[in-house]
Design a binder for this molecule. Structure first.
Ligand code: FE2
Ligand code: FE2
Length: 160
C-alpha cells in the first residue's frame, strides 16, 4: 500500500526526536522532565515495535522467515536495552556510554528496516494489514497530541 514506507519512516524520525528531547533534558539536569519523556518514549517505541510484530512480521514470515527472525531478534535486544535504561534512569545511574550504545542499536535497526522490511511492506503487504498499520500510527500520533508534553526549557547556559 502506497505511503506505508513513508509513514513508518516518519515514525522512526518521530521516535528519534523524542529521544533527542530526552537527551537535552538530561544534559540540562531536568530530571523530572527527562523521566516524563522517558516514559513517553518507552511507550511509543514499544507501540511501534508491536505494530511491526502484529502486522508486518507475520506476513514477512511467509516470504522471508530468516529476515523476520532477524528483526524479532533485534526487537528483543532493543527491549532488553530499554529495560536496562529504564532501571538506570530510575536509579539515576544512567551513563553516557549506555545511552550511546542504545542510540546505535536503535539507528542500526531503523536503517535495517528502511532498507528491507519497509520497501517490501510498501509493495507486498495486503491492504487490510497496511490499513491497520496506518491506523495504529495515526492513533499513536493522536495520543501524543492529547497528552501534549509541556514545552522543554532546553539547556540553560548556567546549569551545571
Ligand atoms: Fe522494528
Ligand atoms: Fe521500525
Amino acid at each position: 500500500m502506497k505511503g506505508l514506507y513513508e509513514a513508518l519512516h516518519r515514525d522512526h524520525q518521530r521516535l528519534d526526536d523524542v529521544f533527542e528531547s530526552l537527551l537535552n533534558q538530561m544534559h540540562a539536569g531536568d530530571a523530572e522532565a527527562a523521566r516524563e519523556t522517558w516514559v513517553r518514549f518507552e511507550r511509543e517505541l514499544l507501540g511501534h515495535m508491536e505494530a511491526e510484530e502484529a502486522e508486518l512480521l507475520p506476513v514477512l514470515d511467509r516470504f522471508d522467515p530468516e529476515e523476520a527472525g532477524t528483526i524479532r531478534a533485534e526487537h528483543l535486544r532493543i527491549r532488553a536495552l530499554l529495560a536496562e535504561m529504564g532501571v538506570a534512569i530510575e536509579l539515576h545511574t544512567l551513563r553516557e556510554e549506555r545511552v550511546e550504545a542504545f542510540v546505535r542499536a536503535l539507528r542500526q535497526h531503523a536503517a535495517h528496516e528502511e532498507a528491507g522490511l519497509y520497501p517490501w511492506a510498501d509493495k507486498e503487504l495486503p491492504k487490510p494489514a497496511a490499513e491497520r498499520v496506518h491506523g495504529r500510527l495515526a492513533a499513536a500520533l493522536d495520543a501524543v497530541k492529547r497528552t501534549a508534553p509541556r514545552p522543554s526549557p532546553g539547556p540553560s547556559p548556567g546549569s551545571p
